[in-house]
Write a protein that binds this ligand. Structure first.
Ligand code: AMP
Ligand code: ZN
Length: 114
């Protein structure tokens, strides 16, 4: 989708530290990390938010989690723990309207945040 920063990242039209890509999803480092590990896992298909998910996206959403788990292990934070966050809409502070899963870890985190 034109003018979507994450679509540009997927198409390699915008620089990023890409860590994983397959036919369905891409994962890269967040540009403003809030913890030692802060990755974003996104569908390659432009879906603006959870509010826009369709029943046929269920497999894709499952895949986002499977890759998050794989990356947590790769980053060495699977045993120490990590947080997966999906912000949806303005109250949640969603800034980029291309669905993304934040994978955050590498330090102790309090809950709830913010
Ligand atoms: P959210 O508030 O859930 O929409 O989070 C958007 C996230 O995208 C923020 O953590 C930003 O730091 C991150 N972000 C925005 N632009 C880029 C970019 N070009 N490369 C990597 N991460 C980005
Ligand atoms: Zn997009």
């Amino acid at each position: 989708m034109k003018d979507c920063i994450f679509c540009k990242i997927i198409a390699h039209e915008n620089p990023c530290r890409m860590l994983y890509q397959d036919d369905l999803v891409s994962a890269f480092q967040d540009i403003h990390p809030v913890a030692p590990t802060h990755l974003l896992i996104i569908p390659n298909k432009h879906i603006p938010s959870v509010n826009h998910l369709q029943p046929e996206d269920e497999e894709l959403v499952g895949h986002l989690f499977t890759i998050a788990r794989q990356l947590a292990k790769q980053e060495g934070i699977d045993q120490s723990g990590y947080r997966l966050i999906v912000n949806t809409g303005s109250n949640a502070g969603q800034a980029v309207f291309h669905l993304h899963l934040h994978l955050i870890g590498g330090q102790h985190m309090r809950f709830p945040m913010g």
